[in-house]
Design a protein around this ligand. Structure first.
Ligand SMILES: NC(=O)c1ccc[n+]([C@@H]2O[C@H](COP(=O)([O-])OP(=O)(O)OC[C@H]3O[C@@H](n4cnc5c(N)ncnc54)[C@H](O)[C@@H]3O)[C@@H](O)[C@H]2O)c1
Length: 371
């Protein structure tokens, strides 16, 4: 069977997302399963080149996983013709410059969200990539969560009738760093370093609502910095300048109203860290990361809630890995891929308009984005 090796420069792999989800659970997992087999029988073999700022850290990481290719120079990675894809999981403010250089070097690009900190930059990136004729993709991992796949199955099957409303709850308590170490890097709590929960989470809500329920047409957001001071990785106190909770109201096509709370300052007593409750004229459902409970119009109790569980008809793989497989197949075999830099820009647009809504204290329309 033909085998196609594809070099991927992976930047930001010493970070939380880059290491666990993208290197370990996607690219190395793909290699462990023998590569990605395309429908024509070709085996795509991903060959990572680890890129980082610190030679000691990045070489140790490569050695730990038996990888022999690493560099501290993006130029060196881009000069290698075997490297066809550039992947970025750096801190958000470092992203636009690196992606721009990768596109100029003729590499396909695949990136974590948000693709940029402003809509103008996000759209520029998408247009640049199109002009350069490279393929582009952005991580939209929540779409591949088992619970949301089940919710989408219900929507597509018409289970809900006319959808009326969506209530989303996302969050958990992020320790302040004093008596227990924070579970998220400190830059997330500094606006000047690309932090803030609106910029972090609204890009997710954009694609979740657009894909699973209906296109987003307006946003009203109220946010807060509930914890004004935290301690960083070195145990030093710093001022939190970014929003750590956001309470959003979104109008969707068809009059659907979605309220989505995102918070790093909430203690959870619910089944899952993220939950979407959807009500429709014919039925209702509550979807979490894994499960989805439904209640049909005909079984609506009065007043006892008696939910059924949507069955696990398949066992979905890690969502990040599924998306890597889709993108690799898009690059190698030209299969369709929706989650491109324009989709990424729609996410940044919702974050930007959400921040504007909070600043101005009013509802803001979300205009269609041209290409
Ligand atoms: N898809 C998701 O669910 C999801 C979840 C969390 C974070 N993210 C996104 O992934 C990206 C990385 O987030 P993370 O939580 O892994 O962050 P992190 O701080 O753990 O990792 C950041 C990486 O960027 C590198 N880096 C490059 N330039 C840097 C600089 N100037 N300062 C500090 N680090 C620098 C670090 O070395 C590290 O490898 C962010 O853009 C974030 O929005 C996505």
């Amino acid at each position: 069977m033909p085998r196609r090796t594809i070099g991927i420069a992976m930047n930001g792999v010493t970070g939380r997302m880059g290491y666990r989800q993208h290197l370990l659970r996607s690219i190395l997992a793909l290699r462990e399963q023998g590569g990605l087999v395309l429908p024509d029988g070709t085996t795509v073999w991903p060959e990572p080149v680890l890129v980082g700022r610190d030679a000691e850290k990045i070489s140790a990481l490569a050695a730990r996983h038996g990888l022999d290719r690493w560099t501290t120079s993006l130029d060196e990675a881009f000069a290698d013709d075997g490297v066809e894809i550039y992947f970025d999981a750096q801190v958000t403010p470092a992203r636009v410059a690196a992606l721009t250089r990768a596109i100029a070097a003729g590499k396909h690009v695949y990136t974590e969200k948000p693709t940029a900190e402003t809509l103008a930059e996000a759209l520029d990136l998408a247009r640049l990539a199109d002009e350069a004729g490279v393929k582009h993709g952005v991580v939209q991992d929540k779409l591949f969560l088992p619970g949301l796949l089940k919710l989408k199955r219900l929507v597509d099957a018409g289970f809900f009738g006319r959808i009326l409303s969506v209530r989303g709850e996302f969050g958990y308590w992020v320790f302040e760093g004093d008596w227990q170490p924070a579970q998220r890097p400190s830059w997330n709590y500094r606006a000047e370093d690309g932090g803030g929960i609106i910029l972090d989470m609204f890009p997710h809500w954009r694609y979740v609502l657009d894909h699973v329920i209906a296109p987003v047409r307006s946003v009203y957001a109220q946010a807060a910095t509930h914890i004004p001071e935290r301690q960083d990785e070195r145990g030093e106190a710093y001022k939190a300048t970014a929003d750590d909770a956001a309470y959003g109201v979104f109008e969707l096509d068809g009059g659907v109203v979605a309220t989505v709370n995102s918070s790093w300052t909430t203690r959870v007593h619910r089944d899952e860290l993220v939950e979407f409750h959807v009500d429709g004229t014919e039925g209702s459902a509550v979807a979490g990361l894994r499960n989805c409970r439904v209640q049909h119009r005909a079984t609506t109790p009065m007043p006892v809630w008696n939910p059924d569980i949507v069955p696990d008809n398949t066992v979905p793989d890690n969502g990040f890995k599924v998306q890597w497989e889709m993108f690799l197949s898009h690059v190698v075999a030209g299969t369709p891929y929706d989650h491109d830099l324009y989709a990424g820009a729609r996410g940044v647009q919702l974050a930007e308009l959400g921040l504007q809504s909070w600043r101005e204290g009013r509802k803001v329309a979300v205009p269609e984005l041209g290409r």
